[in-house]
Ligand binder design. Structure first.
Ligand SMILES: Nc1nc2c(ncn2[C@@H]2O[C@H](COP(=O)(O)OP(=O)(O)OP(=O)(O)O)[C@@H](O)[C@H]2O)c(=O)[nH]1
Ligand SMILES: [Mg+2]
Length: 362
């Protein structure tokens, strides 16, 4: 029976990194792995990133899994038909109520799928904001979504443990025990791999799947999503004078973007970009307004490249669109000619799930 694992958690918490690392581990053990990404619009950095690992990557774009249960189920079925032994799916980061809208419907309609407990990843910085230990610039309704994600989770994993001191780890563990008594929780690092094997082993045989259906105020949930402008764009990039270094270009692009959004103190959900230079790719991420731009993977030089740019930022989509068009049109990035190929900017619509179960299935 194919194992189906859902990894939820807010924007930037590390879901794609965990999917990639887990897929690599399973593939090394000769397991056939399928991965499913999800977004409000196509042209996803995540799909591009995960496609490097193997062929079995499908994208459900246009709405969250909950609002397109059939699209999600078709993707799972298609990967099963392709021979996937384990499928790992990443719902949109601003999505919650997954136990009522995905896990329990799957238990009822697809009892032949071997569903794992719902794992929710949390960024440590956001964790302290969610539980009220540090102040937050995140909209209270977006924080409400993060709290719901943790409340409904079968497993909470605080990710990015490699960035934490021992004191911080102990503080997090104490807070988890206090705020979520009885719930299985832990710390992992999707980046270094620390804790992944233990998590994977534990969820293989666990039977407590979709155990919590929680009350959700859909007005607050809809508002928490709607405060985020959502932008997916692709562009071809030409250096006006000679060659550009891919890492420098991405760093400048995201840092220029960050400078602009700081003017309106618009908190970041996640800003991510891939630059493809002749098949070699560099990746950049920014996961909070005052965070550092992370640039990684192959560093190359060329006079032309292809850019995929995804931004989820707490600002109206019209303002986000204007800001990114200015940035890409070269008023900010002076050295480049940029031709925008695709451009979508939207505010997520009100979630309207295909199914919503009021009680858990056995
Ligand atoms: N230090 C550290 N960074 C991490 C870890 N896991 C993920 N990251 C970084 O966090 C950022 C976001 O990671 P993603 O895996 O793209 O996050 P995501 O949850 O898939 O984000 P969305 O798809 O936008 O919801 C990237 O810069 C990652 O490199 C980790 O364990 N440690
Ligand atoms: Mg992702």
């Amino acid at each position: 029976m194919t194992k189906l694992i859902l990894v939820g958690g807010f924007l930037g918490s590390g879901k794609t990194t965990l999917l990639a690392e887990t897929a690599k581990k399973l593939t090394a053990k000769q397991q056939s792995v399928g991965l499913i990404t999800n977004d409000q619009a196509p042209e996803l950095v995540d799909t591009r990133l995960l496609s490097r690992i193997g062929k079995g990557v499908l994208e459900v774009a246009g709405s969250c899994f909950c609002c397109n249960f059939n699209g999600f189920a078709d993707a799972v079925q298609s990967l099963i038909t392709q021979g996937a032994e384990t499928i790992i799916a990443e719902p949109v980061g601003s999505c919650t109520d997954l136990s009522a809208t995905i896990l329990n419907p799957v238990k009822k309609f697809h009892p032949d799928w071997n569903l794992a407990p719902l794992t929710v990843l949390v960024d440590p910085k956001r964790f302290f904001e969610i539980v009220g230990v540090t102040p937050s610039q995140v909209d209270p309704d977006a924080l409400y979504i993060m709290k719901l994600q943790m409340d409904e989770a079968d497993r909470i994993l605080i990710n990015k443990s490699d960035t934490l001191s021992d004191t911080e780890k102990t503080k997090i563990q104490d807070l988890l025990k206090k705020e979520f008594p009885g719930k299985p929780t832990g710390l992992i690092s999707a980046k270094t791999g620390d804790g992944i094997d233990a998590w994977l082993k534990e969820i293989q045989t666990a039977k407590d799947v979709g155990t919590k259906i929680i009350p959700v105020d859909y007005d607050r949930y809809a508002h928490g999503e709607a405060v985020l402008g959502w932008l997916n764009a692709t562009a071809s990039v030409h250096a006006k004078n000679g060659q550009v270094n891919s890492h420098t270009l991405l760093k400048n692009l995201l840092e220029d973007f960050q400078k602009e959004i700081k003017k309106s103190s618009s908190e970041v959900g996640h800003v991510k970009a891939i630059l493809n230079v002749g098949g070699k790719e560099s990746v950049a991420n920014l996961t909070s307004l005052n965070g550092l731009v992370e640039v990684r993977d192959v560093e190359t030089k060329s006079d032309k490249a292809v850019l995929i740019f995804n931004a989820r930022v707490q600002m109206p989509p019209e303002s986000l669109e204007k800001l990114v068009r200015n940035l890409l049109d070269g008023t900010i990035t002076q050295q480049l000619d940029v031709k925008i190929e695709t451009f979508r900017c939207l505010m997520p619509g009100r979630p309207n799930p295909t199914h919503r179960f009021n009680k858990t299935e056995n």
